[in-house]
Write a protein that binds this ligand. Structure first.
Ligand code: F6P
Length: 371
């Protein structure tokens, strides 16, 4: 009997997804394994919406951005169906059996690893690959999509430099990354940003303004401020910590009330980078402009490094399936691809350690980190 695997992509898209689909598909077909795609992440799995993947469907995918399978942020155990939130795990299990799958390969970020682990616990053979531009999945050196996004953000910083210089302005550039600073830090160092603000180091606005004023006095009346979307000021950080501590100590209704308070506070932080830009203008006397890179960082063709990584991981994933492994994420370890039990991956978000060499080198070249 020929073996058969299903594949889906979930969470925010990232460059390299199609390269991974191609690598999985070609490796599987070459080994006599059939492969079937599920559309739009876990939703397509719950709704049994599929896409056949034969050799011809896998051609010309290496350079293509996005995912031919489509994606969504739907969770198997909390899916909006007919206006209500339902646990679709049982339905998914039936579809898995109906399609006679020997395994399901899920490609995604931290949330997908968690959802995939839940499906593994429900009895399905699951293997996963780590992808996200944020590089925040635990237990893997890197995730595919990160390198391309870093290249895009670096090019943006390069381009912003000349206009900041010509107009003697501050340009604040907001870079994605969710609650991790990898992308802003990597692109900020590579692009020579004068200030880099990341969530791991709550910033002091006065210290940032001081660094910009110092540059102005030294004859450089322009500055590039690279801000991770999750960056937080010291005041906001202290306020958030205080609320979290109260929530931790509270019970019942009181706990709920504080949780709402936290949600409101988080929502009020929308537009934070815009506010920072205005504050810096007022504090330095230099005009400031804001650029939000947004989804530009996720679109388009993957870099050579991401194509290579997605191909390495995709082909290794099929190899581990053939070895009989299930319940693992295929992680990047140096030049190798290592299976890590999903239970050890779940809940381990990777953020920038405060002694990381990227931070050390940024400090040595006198980049302001807001502290
Ligand atoms: O996780 C990838 C990411 O691009 C984050 O950097 C960002 O916070 C988020 O997704 C944006 O999500 P969406 O595309 O759903 O707005």
């Amino acid at each position: 009997m020929r073996k058969r695997i299903g594949i889906l992509t979930a969470g925010g898209d990232s460059p390299g997804l199609n390269a991974a689909i191609r690598a999985i598909g070609k490796t599987a077909l070459a080994s006599g394994i059939d492969i079937i795609g599920f559309r739009d992440g876990f939703r397509g799995l719950a709704e049994d919406r599929t896409m056949p993947l034969v050799w011809d469907d896998l051609v010309s995918l290496l350079t293509l951005g996005g995912t031919i399978l489509g994606t969504s942020r739907d969770k198997p155990h909390k899916m909006l169906v007919d206006g209500e939130i339902r646990d679709m795990t049982g339905v998914i299990y039936k579809n898995y059996q109906r399609r006679k799958l020997d395994a399901l390969l899920c490609i995604g970020g931290g949330g997908t690893q968690k959802n995939a682990w839940k499906l593994a616990q429900a009895g399905m053979n699951i293997l996963t690959l780590p992808k996200t531009i944020d590089k925040d999945v635990g237990m893997t050196d890197v995730t595919f999509g990160f390198h391309t996004a870093m290249e895009i953000a670096t090019e943006a910083i390069d381009r912003l430099h000349s206009t900041a210089h010509s107009h003697h302005r501050i340009i604040v550039v907001e870079i994605m990354g969710h609650n991790a600073g990898w992308l802003a830090l990597g692109a900020g160092v590579a692009g020579g940003a004068d200030v880099i603000l990341i969530p791991e180091i709550p910033y002091d606005t006065e210290k940032v303004a001081e660094a910009i004023r110092w540059r102005k006095q030294a004859g450089r009346p322009f500055s590039i401020v690279a801000v991770a979307e999750g960056a937080i000021s010291r005041q906001d950080y202290a306020a958030l910590q205080e609320m979290k501590m109260r929530k931790h100590a509270a019970k019942g209704e009181e706990k709920k009330k504080i949780a709402e308070e936290i949600a409101l506070f988080e929502a009020s932080r929308q537009g934070n980078t815009q506010r920072l830009s205005q504050q810096l203008e007022a504090m330095t006397g230099l005009e400031a402009r804001l650029t939000i890179l947004g989804h530009l960082q996720r679109g388009g063709t993957p870099s050579a490094a991401d194509r290579l990584l997605a191909t390495r991981l995709g082909s290794a994933c099929v190899h581990y399936f053939e070895e009989g492994l299930a319940g693992f994420m295929i992680a990047v370890r140096g030049e190798g691809a290592e299976p890590i039990p999903l239970k050890d991956v779940v809940g381990k978000r990777s953020t920038v350690p405060l002694d990381h060499c990227w931070l050390n080198c940024a400090r040595r070249v006198k980049t302001c980190l807001g502290d």
